[in-house]
Design a protein around this ligand. Structure first.
Ligand code: AMP
Ligand code: ZN
Length: 473
């Protein structure tokens, strides 16, 4: 695998610190509203990344934080006149629902900032001890950028732009004229009851501090990959590097990956510009999570992607082409399964070659457009072989398994179909049928063994009056 590292600005061969196990941190949502599909471009990119790592045999520990205290959530709670937690809770729940709708695999940990304030305070204390933090007259604590050697190495900042002695209290600000940033913000009337005690008086953590503290807690001082949208690179990720490396004296992250923006008419899709669609908006217009996922992943993650309804329509017809092919292959396998036991054969040479092309594409910095090209080559070749009647049933079965392998990365082929109950993989059907035969012959031990085998493959079987019912666990 090789990936583009935003720090070095080049592609690098990737190997995790611990062989076979990748630790990654993903900047999660600020839960002050429903996430829009621009945000989901970032989360689907990260989902593809973790699936590609798994495709290459790696276990993945992904941490995605929930920013549930910052300038925006506090403003939102105040405007709604409710406590902060009550304001953010429904958006957290909606976020998890949206992830499922888009077939985004769950992270291993979703730490909320408000549950980790003690860790944040401890990190600020370490920065004080190293002489990198100071308290200003207004009571807030700042990171002293000029005292940290290496500030600007991620965003490639020009030291000439540093405004010596200047301080920025806001979480977000521009590169030009950067200065010391807030670690701990002294309480202000507008914060209401959002406040914690600290050695520097009452206040609340800055946004950048939150991610450093939670990443270090769950992934250690140094870990493999840190991701986000490109707008996170500065100041957010630059400040994370400064805070963590300032405290530990060790490298923070080996590989920084950022996705380009989802755009609308050439502009970044964002809440502040008002040019956004939430996932719910699009579902309301009759598009499915599967179609939306297809659009979001079908571009190179480092290239801006323009959102259009035409793209959603094109996704719909592309998916229909894939579905027809998979259905025809499934049908071919079923015809034979009813009459004789199929031995799994090897896939044909063209299918193997599509798989090689697919692996090459995803392992080269997540080239999903090329991966789709390999998938459609598989569709074309399958259709042609079926049409000519030259595909042996065991080959059809092997090609179907290949679709499954490819889909472990893309998550659009089978997704949505199994949920509707219309496509149970052929090997699962075969096991269920074998179990029916065992039960008819009163071979209870064999029936139980087959149930266990199905469970090991992630399928639950239930015996009902009218036969066996099978569903994904
Ligand atoms: P936020 O909730 O604003 O902190 O953003 C959550 C994630 O979405 C971050 O990784 C952002 O970089 C990313 N993001 C925000 N807008 C876009 C966009 N238009 N395209 C791609 N990613 C975005
Ligand atoms: Zn973050």
């Amino acid at each position: 695998m090789q990936f583009f590292n935003s720090m070095s600005r080049g592609k690098e061969a990737f190997a995790p610190i611990e062989q076979g196990h990748v630790r990654m941190y993903t900047c999660g949502p600020t839960v002050y509203n429903f996430a829009h599909i621009g945000n989901f471009r970032a989360y689907t990119f990260e989902d593809i990344l973790r699936r590609v790592l798994a495709f290459n045999g790696c276990a993945v520990t992904q941490v995605m934080n929930l920013t549930d205290v910052d300038d925006k959530t506090i403003r939102g709670a105040a405007a709604a006149g409710v406590p902060l937690k009550d304001f953010t809770a429904p958006f957290v729940a909606a976020f998890y629902d949206d992830l499922k709708t888009l077939n985004i695999l769950p992270a291993e940990v979703y730490p909320a900032a408000t549950d980790h304030v003690a860790e944040m305070i401890a990190l600020v204390q370490r920065l004080f001890d190293k002489g990198l933090a100071y308290q200003s007259e207004d009571g807030s604590v700042y990171f002293s950028v000029a005292k940290f050697q290496g500030y600007g190495k991620l965003a490639h900042l020009d030291p000439k732009d540093l405004r010596m002695g200047a301080r920025v209290a806001d979480d977000e600000y521009e590169k030009e004229g950067y200065g010391d940033f807030a670690l701990w913000k002294a309480w202000e009337a507008s914060d209401g009851d959002v406040v914690w005690d600290s050695p520097w008086g009452r206040g609340r953590p800055g946004w950048h501090l939150e991610c450093s503290a939670m990443a270090m807690k769950y992934l250690g001082d140094t870990f493999d990959i840190h991701t986000g949208g490109i707008d996170n690179l500065f100041p957010h990720h630059e400040n994370e590097v400064a805070q963590t490396e300032g405290a530990t004296g060790r490298p923070f992250v080996n590989l920084w990956m950022h996705c380009a923006h989802l755009r609308v008419n050439g502009e970044k899709m964002s809440k502040s510009l008002g040019n956004f669609y939430t996932l719910r908006d699009l579902l309301g217009k009759g598009y499915t999570g599967r179609e939306i996922r297809y659009v979001l992943i079908n571009g190179h993650y480092r290239q801006p992607l323009n959102f259009t309804f035409d793209a959603l329509e094109a996704a719909r017809s592309s998916l229909a082409r894939i579905d027809e092919c998979v259905d025809a292959l499934t049908e071919e396998v079923r015809k034979f399964e009813s009459s004789k036991v199929l031995k799994l054969g090897g896939a044909t040479e063209w299918a193997e070659s599509c798989k090689r092309e697919f692996a090459k594409a995803v392992n080269d910095d997540l080239n999903i457009p090329e991966a789709f090209a390999a998938l459609f080559a598989l569709v074309r070749e399958s259709n042609s072989a079926l049409h000519r009647g030259v595909l042996k049933p065991e080959e059809a079965k092997a090609v179907l398994e290949l679709f499954d392998e490819v889909d472990a990365v893309l998550g659009v082929v089978r997704f949505g179909r199994i949920a509707q109950g219309d496509a149970i993989p052929a090997d699962i059907v075969a096991l269920v049928e074998a179990r029916a035969a065992a039960r008819a012959a009163k071979q209870w031990a064999e029936s139980d063994r087959l149930r266990d085998e199905l469970a090991a493959k992630g399928w639950e079987v239930r015996d009902a009056k009218d036969g066996q019912k099978v569903k994904r666990m």
